[in-house]
Design a protein around this ligand. Structure first.
Ligand code: 5AD
Ligand code: SF4
Length: 436
């Protein structure tokens, strides 16, 4: 038998891309490709790109440049570009980098196998009528204990800085029955924790029995699946945190006590300019209600500093919001002007000012992150073992609150969900002893 062909995938950006890369690997798997983590031995290289900030898209071109010698050595090597840069730039990528054989957008990747078979350069950035999920192979391989499941794609919010509504398109929710089928299938193959994904996951409104379902109803139904012990969802918009979803945090033990709820800025003036359609007080009020439902919930957020027009006072409002809310983790970015977005028309804040603000904000967030970790010491939490640790007899997994935890447990097995007591906190993880 001839050697199977090898596919190397590099994934940039968000968890939705991680999910898409898995599905693309499965689509190519049906064509006889196996994945490899060694780019040198690949017959096909696929770069699944991110367009969210300028730096993210620049990475694509530097990585393509680095592939030139490999392509010169192996002329049959196929090079594909997928994801949001593919969607935004299309054929321009091949003009700039002729070594690229195919360009495929996030809504058309079920067509990847056909595109890969063609002997001439291909570009497919359609938003096709058919649903890509109906044209992808069933997910068959045995799995680790955690999985992502995309339930919703695209965004109608049009935050003034963001390319997502343009690259991923309008908001679309997958039908309930397909999601339930995929979830049951994942659980039958060893998955115990599912993270539901969507650019605006809590705006979910997929068709199910009796009409459109909310995310809360979907989560409640998923929680009935035997063997599905943990459910998470990301990313949420504050304006879509409906009452039934907040209530689910209070009464569903499977719904983990961690929520990523980006606010971007703490200044009402900037929130308005960003087209976020909520105020800082709305956000405070929302956080209070969620914490009332689930007092031990850890929150995380995204922040942008240096949005056009951001004054020292606006930035101070953001710092004040962070101090008042207190986060378990946060992701912060310097504003990056994205072509085609309304904010890109406006004058940018001076780079040195934005750099300085980013540092100040990150120092505060790091402090809060450490405090949240230290606050876990002595507590009992659940940990789902994902892999063996670096030290002998050690297992590593995530706590209910999404902290990485190292547990000294020579008898531990990947996929076990155990109770531990947290004994210590280091820079990026916690240590613990198993108690049951
Ligand atoms: N500049 C900087 N950060 C951005 N994000 C989205 N667009 C931009 C941009 N143009 C950040 C937001 C979002 C996260 C995924 O990326 O904080 O929540
Ligand atoms: Fe982008 Fe705003 Fe939509 Fe999030 S809600 S994907 S930041 S437009």
């Amino acid at each position: 038998m001839s050697e199977p062909k090898k596919l190397f995938i590099k994934t940039y950006g968000c968890q939705m891309n991680v999910y898409d890369s898995e599905r693309m690997a499965e689509a190519m798997g049906a064509e006889g490709y196996v994945t490899t983590d060694k780019v040198d031995e690949a017959d096909m290289v696929l770069l699944n790109t991110c367009h969210i900030r300028e730096k993210a898209s620049e990475k694509l071109y530097s990585d393509l440049g680095r592939l030139k010698p490999l392509k010169a050595e192996k002329p049959d090597l196929k090079i594909g570009v997928a994801g949001c840069v593919a969607q935004a730039e299309g054929a321009e990528i091949q003009r700039r980098m002729p070594l690229v054989d195919l360009v495929v957008g996030p809504q058309a990747y079920h067509r990847l196998p056909q595109l890969a078979k063609s002997g001439v350069p291909q570009v497919d950035t359609d938003f096709p009528e058919e649903d890509k999920f109906d044209h992808l192979p069933e997910r068959k391989a045995k799995r680790g204990p955690t999985a992502f499941l995309t339930v919703q794609e695209g965004c109608d919010k049009f935050c003034a800085f963001c390319v997502v509504p343009y690259t991923r398109g309008a908001e679309v929710s997958r039908p309930v029955d397909r999601i339930l089928r995929e979830a049951r299938d994942l659980v039958s193959r060893g998955v115990r924790e599912i993270t539901l994904l969507g650019q605006n996951v809590n705006a979910y409104h997929g068709e199910g029995s009796g009409g459109a379902w909310t995310l809360a109803r979907l989560i409640r139904t998923l929680a009935e699946i035997d063997g599905l012990d943990r459910i998470r969802y990301t990313t949420s918009h504050p304006n879509d945190m409906e009452d039934d979803l907040i209530a689910a945090h209070g009464d569903l033990p499977q719904l983990m006590p961690y929520l990523h709820l980006p606010v971007q800025s703490g200044s009402d003036r900037i929130l308005k300019a960003m087209n976020r359609k909520h105020t800082r007080d709305d956000y405070f009020h929302l956080v209070d209600r969620i914490k009332e439902a689930r007092p031990d919930l850890l929150l995380s957020s995204d922040f942008i500093v240096g949005f056009p027009g951001e004054s020292d006072k606006d930035f101070e409002d953001t710092m004040d919001l962070i101090r008042r809310v207190t986060y378990g983790a946060a992701f912060s970015f310097k504003y990056s002007a994205r072509p085609g977005t309304p904010a890109a028309e406006k004058a940018a804040v001076e780079a040195s000012v934005a750099d300085e603000r980013l540092q100040v904000l990150q120092a505060l967030v790091t402090e809060q992150q450490r405090a949240a970790q230290n606050g876990m010491v002595g507590r009992e939490v659940g940990v789902l073992y994902e892999k063996a640790g670096r030290l002998p007899g050690q297992m590593v997994g995530k706590s209910d609150h999404l902290h990485a935890v190292h547990v000294d447990d020579p008898a531990g097995v990947v996929g076990e969900l155990v109770r531990v007591r947290i004994t210590g906190a280091v820079t990026n993880s916690l240590s613990a002893i198993r108690i049951s």
